[in-house]
Design a protein around this ligand. Structure first.
Ligand code: IMO
Ligand code: MG
Length: 433
């Protein structure tokens, strides 16, 4: 099987976990390459629902190797909790490897996240509050602590004390807060380190071997293209690289080993947190999408902002990720609308029409979406398993999306369960092209 990157094509929550779970049946390894426990990936197997925050969704396949790679920021307490909960449910963990190079999130990162959000006032990003931004900032500032150091007791104690001294100076002098206690952190986190140590290794070589062997590596993206720190709607983004390029940076794999990139998108658009969202619907249609699509966060429980599908954004995702294909989901949620809309461009304040996403989208308050309106369908489609059985108007919607973005739609998801998937192009799923 091919080496395939699975990437969110919108603002996250595209149901990447489901397609990773599907592809994982044929691959030999699933690698989570970026982000932290800001992510929430759900996989439904029979009657059971699994929610992953840090562990790759591939863990449900015991024959696969699963890797948490260099580009991830891992909160040890959350990771231990997630692993114990999986183990309690009978999931095998012996096939999990954690990179010694991934950075860890510590209590001061969470506190910093909270204080920085507070100080932003009206310009809050609406972060998940998990310490993600501060952990990546420390990594870039070169005082982050990596997993390999974390599981070395003496080294961790020394690093923690040194970093905490400067963090506490900021907490007390800038924010007027109490300092954090190094010894209390050490005694709690030593337990996590002991639990995690057997999983920790140099994963870059492992991933390379699997990718070069031709047995298939699936790179599991978290978040989405528009949340990328460089290519997203800055500053309303996360602090990592969810895009396909992030899979290379976050694992140590070179681009020539990648066979294909599958983008994942909903048939409409959602966003959690603040920032530009041209097709947002603050009306009963938006509310209807939210209710029908259960659009409440897996990680924070927040109600997601909802709106029509934005093909401008999808085209952008095709370009910056080099998408070979799109996995389109949540089509069942659009059943019952008299008409459905697709945004095909933006009208700017000065009357010009934009058909490509502007890099300053986040600060453009003058853009209104230009819609194409398609007839809707009334039938519920969540139990349909063949393309031919879909209502004509649902098929027309998919065809139009495909035409607008210029890459093939290879899978259609009509619900969260494994069987609620229509495969449209098996060859692309096998070869990545
Ligand atoms: P999955 O993997 C949706 C959003 C947050 C916020 C911004 C920055 O489930 O698709 P952060 O805590 O990362 O500093 O918050 O990014 N965000 C997500 N939105 N799905 C996610 O992950 C997200 N991860 C971060 O809501 O707007
Ligand atoms: Mg999410």
């Amino acid at each position: 099987m091919a080496n395939i990157i699975v990437v969110g094509a919108q603002w996250g929550d595209e149901a990447k976990g489901k397609i990773v779970d599907y592809l994982a049946q044929r691959g030999s390894m699933v690698v989570r390459y970026s982000g932290g426990n800001n992510a929430g990936h759900s996989v439904i197997v029979g009657e059971e629902e699994f929610k992953f925050h840090l562990v790759p969704a591939g863990i449900l396949h015991p024959d696969l190797l699963c890797v948490i790679a260099d580009g991830v920021v891992a909160d040890p307490g959350i990771l231990v909790k997630e692993l114990k909960a999986l183990s309690d449910r009978g999931v095998t963990l012996s096939n999990l490897k954690i990179s010694a190079a991934c950075h860890i999130i510590l209590p001061y990162h969470r506190l910093q996240d909270e204080l920085e959000e507070e100080s932003r006032g009206d310009e809050k990003i609406g972060t998940t509050g998990r310490g993600i931004g501060p952990a990546y900032a420390d990594k870039s500032a070169r005082h982050g602590i990596r997993m390999g150091e974390f599981i070395d007791d003496e080294r961790f104690a020394a690093r923690l004390k040194s970093v905490l001294a400067s963090k506490n100076a900021v907490f007390t002098k800038v924010y007027g807060r109490e300092p954090l206690d190094a010894d209390a952190i050490l005694s709690e986190y030593r337990e996590y380190a002991k639990f995690l140590a057997p999983f920790v290794t140099d994963t870059a070589a492992l991933i390379y071997e699997a990718a070069a062997s031709g047995k298939g590596v699936i790179f599991e993206g978290a978040q989405g293209t528009l949340l990328d720190i460089d290519l997203g709607t800055y500053p309303y983004v996360t602090s990592s690289h969810p895009i396909a390029g992030g899979a290379l940076l976050g694992t140590g794999i070179g681009p020539t080993l990648i066979d294909g990139v599958i983008g994942v998108a909903k048939s409409y658009t959602t966003r959690v947190g603040a920032g530009a969202f041209p097709t947002e619907l603050n009306d009963e249609t938006g509310a209807a999408i939210r209710e029908k699509g259960h659009e409440y966060g897996t990680t924070t429980g927040r109600a997601r902002r909802c709106g029509w599908l934005d093909a401008v954004i999808l085209k952008y995702a095709c370009r910056v990720n080099g998408l070979s294909a799109l996995a389109l989901g949540h089509l069942d949620v659009l059943s019952g609308f008299k008409e459905v809309k697709i945004c095909v461009g933006y009208q700017s304040g000065d009357g010009t029409r934009l058909s490509d996403m502007p890099s300053n989208l986040a600060s453009r308050t003058d853009l209104t979406p230009i819609y194409e309106t398609l007839p809707g369908w009334t039938e519920e489609i969540d139990q349909i398993s063949q393309w031919e059985e879909l209502p004509h108007n649902a098929q027309a919607f998919v065809h139009r999306v495909q035409e607008l973005i210029g890459v093939p739609v290879v899978t259609l998801s009509l619900g969260p369960a494994r069987h609620q998937t229509i495969i449209l192009n098996e060859r692309v799923l096998q070869t990545g092209k």
